[in-house]
Design a protein around this ligand. Structure first.
Ligand code: T46
Length: 141
C-alpha cells in the first residue's frame, strides 16, 4: 500500500481572519470555506496547559486544521520530514493552517493561553501518525 503523503511546511500559512473593530471591542468570525479553505466539522480548544508542557507531537493523514491563539501565545513547530519552521501565534485574528502530513508540536504556552482548533474532520484515532519514524516513511514517495 502506498501511504505517501505529499505536503510541505510552505503550505502551512498564516491566515488573516476577519476582524470587526467597534467601540465595544473586536469580533472575529470564521466562515467555512470562505475565511479558511475547508468546512469545519469539529472545534476544540487547549487550555490550562501547565508551564513547560507541550501538545501535539504527531501528524495526521487526512486532517486539516487551523490553530488560533484566542488568548495568550504559544509556538507551533511544523515539520514536513525535510524542513522545520517555528510559527508564533499570539493574535486572535490570525490562524495557522496545518495541512495533512505535517508533524506538529505546540510549545511555550503562555500562562492562561487558549489554543482554538478548527478541524476539517471529526475525531478519528486512526488518522494519527504518532511514531516519528512512521511519519518520515510517509514522506518518501
Ligand atoms: C493538534 C493539537 C493542537 C478527543 O477525545 N477528541 C478530540 O477531538 C481531540 C483533539 C482529542 N481527544 C482526546 C484524545 C486524547 O486522549 O484528548 C486527548 C489528547 O488529544 P491528542 O492525543 O489529540 O493530543 P493533543 O491534544 O496534544 O493534540 C491535539 C490534536 O490532536 C493535534 O492535531 O494539532 O491538538
Amino acid at each position: 500500500m502506498n501511504n505517501f503523503i505529499e505536503s510541505s511546511i510552505d503550505q502551512c500559512i498564516l491566515i488573516d481572519l476577519p476582524k470587526l473593530n467597534t467601540a465595544a471591542g473586536n469580533t472575529t468570525t470564521v466562515n467555512s470555506r470562505q475565511d479558511i479553505p475547508f468546512a469545519v466539522h469539529r472545534v476544540y480548544y487547549l487550555y490550562d496547559v501547565p508551564g513547560g508542557e507541550s501538545r501535539g507531537g504527531h501528524a495526521h493523514k487526512e486532517l486539516s486544521q487551523v490553530l488560533v491563539a484566542i488568548c495568550g501565545s504559544f509556538d507551533v513547530i511544523l515539520d514536513d520530514g525535510a524542513r522545520k519552521k517555528k510559527v508564533t501565534l499570539n493574535k486572535p485574528s490570525s490562524g495557522l493552517l496545518i495541512t495533512p502530513g505535517i508533524w506538529r508540536k505546540i510549545i511555550n504556552f503562555s500562562s492562561g493561553s487558549v489554543c482554538l482548533v478548527l478541524a476539517s474532520q471529526n475525531y478519528n484515532p486512526d488518522d494519527y501518525i504518532r511514531d516519528y519514524m512512521d511519519f518520515v516513511y510517509t514522506k518518501k514517495p
